[in-house]
Write a protein of this length. Structure first.
Length: 455
């Protein structure tokens, strides 16, 4: 393609500045503010982010991280990083360290408040024995299938286990033998004794301990029985003196069990009041993005992607490789707000937040991805000159950079049209355009290869 530069102009292209949208509402801020006003927790605000170390964090986790660490910071409180490591079959040090690094990359620090559910295995076991001695728990020896059959449905009450009437002494003996490793996996479980007729199926004598002969990545083979999440996480909250335990919406119908466990323990003098309170918010649903851990694992294991940090993955390590910024993700989490009702967020909102962050602080550079050659016919061959461009159009204190202009340049193929459509303002035969930071040029013609492509 050939062009001539009739005159020199000083280029001053301005990047479009997008007005920052107001941050969305967050109903949890009002709850925390009210608790502070009434001194419910003596002015303390302690939250926690409790991932299970069985995978990598994704955009949905980022929303929870920003929420929990943000609420704590806004109220001069603390946010704990606690790993819910109660299932030794799926957890690993690799995942734990990757999670910690992602939280750190997002800009948050937990200080000395890095914990594990396994830190409390001794306390959890002791309190389980207390439940047995109070007649509030029993060892059930049914098969898993039999337990499921007796659990009932959403419209039909469950029925009592034939072992529900076991004495505290017999259950305690069996539980201690479970702990000692006398029984194989699945032989017995420990269940709370609540109400098999409850409309809330989580209160139908939930299992709180199971036998699992597996090596734990932290405790090794010290334990062969493990607490279930619903039992461990509320007690862990209380032991850490968490004030606001914030979960996603699917845990809303688990809250009565959370409260039942903590209230019984507090009434029995095993825990101090005031107790933590659980609150739920809607998880992130992002268009065109898969956030299901099960499906993400499948993508990795079947090698549809090149690992968890593949730039196409919605994981934080993948987003980081893709060039997403921590500040942009934090802005996104704040902008979409926190609500109780689930909604879908368009992927463009996340992309807009990235652009807004990068626009404010990224030095400008130019790249030509699909080049065609532009020859300036009346520019002396073999000569060149420097054109200057600001490193940032709004941050002039960042200085300038030099661009070399010569008789042969490269432009994007899309910036030229031999037969331009209506409204095409880039280069075409007979048209004049200004090169950014350079001259105005006029297109005199185009050369093509044997296949008819402009070269």
């Amino acid at each position: 393609m050939h062009a001539a530069p009739p005159q020199e102009l000083t280029a001053n292209p301005a990047d479009r500045d997008g007005a920052a949208a107001p941050l969305a509402s967050n109903f949890l801020r009002a709850i925390v503010a009210d608790d502070n006003r009434t001194a419910k927790y003596g002015g303390r605000v302690v939250t926690r982010f409790p991932p299970e170390p069985n995978g990598y964090l994704h955009f949905g986790h980022a929303k929870s991280i920003v929420l929990n660490f943000g609420l704590a910071a806004e109220n001069d409180g603390t946010c704990h990083l606690r790993f819910d490591d109660t299932n030794p079959l799926n957890e690993a040090v690799e995942f734990e360290e990757a999670i910690a690094e992602s939280v750190r990359w997002l800009g948050y620090a937990w200080g000395e408040h890095r914990y594990h559910a396994s830190d409390y295995y001794g306390d959890l076991y002791r309190l389980a024995e207390w439940f047995i001695l109070q007649g509030l728990a029993y060892v059930d020896s049914q098969s898993l299938e039999a337990m499921r059959a007796r659990r009932g449905t959403l419209t039909q009450s469950g029925s009592d286990s034939p072992y529900r009437g076991r004495s505290a002494g017999e259950s305690l003996d069996l539980f201690r033998r479970m702990r000692a490793g006398e029984f194989p996996d699945g032989a017995h479980v420990l269940r709370l004794k609540i109400d098999m007729g409850s409309a809330n199926m989580n209160l139908r004598d939930p299992t709180i301990y199971r036998i699992r002969h597996a090596t734990h990545h932290r405790t090794g083979n010290a334990w062969c029985i493990y607490p279930l999440y619903d039992y461990a996480h509320g007690i862990s909250d209380a032991l850490e003196h968490v004030t606001h335990s914030i979960c996603t919406l699917e845990f809303a119908d688990h809250r009565p069990l959370y409260d039942w466990i903590l209230e019984r323990l507090a009434d029995g003098g095993q825990l101090d009041r005031p107790l933590p309170r659980q609150y739920e918010f809607a998880r992130l649903n992002l268009t065109y993005v898969v956030l299901s851990k099960r499906k993400l694992i499948e993508l990795v294991e079947r090698r549809y992607v090149d690992g968890w940090d593949d730039p196409r993955m919605p994981t934080l390590v993948g987003a980081r490789r893709r060039g997403f910024t921590a500040a942009g993700i934090r802005l996104f989490a704040e902008r979409i707000g926190v609500a109780k009702a689930g909604t879908w967020i368009d992927m463009s909102v996340l992309e807009d937040c990235m652009r807004e962050d990068l626009n404010a602080r990224a030095p400008r550079r130019i790249a030509v991805l699909d080049p065609i050659k532009l020859v300036l016919d009346n520019y002396p061959p073999g000569q060149s000159e420097e054109c200057v461009a600001p490193n940032h159009p709004q941050q002039l204190e960042w200085g300038q950079r030099a661009l070399t202009l010569s008789s042969e340049l490269l432009i994007e193929r899309d910036d030229f049209a031999e037969t331009p459509p209506k409204g095409f303002f880039r280069l075409s035969p007979g048209a004049e355009v200004r090169l950014r930071y350079g001259y105005i040029v006029k297109c005199l013609g185009a050369e093509k290869d044997a296949a008819g492509n402009v070269t």
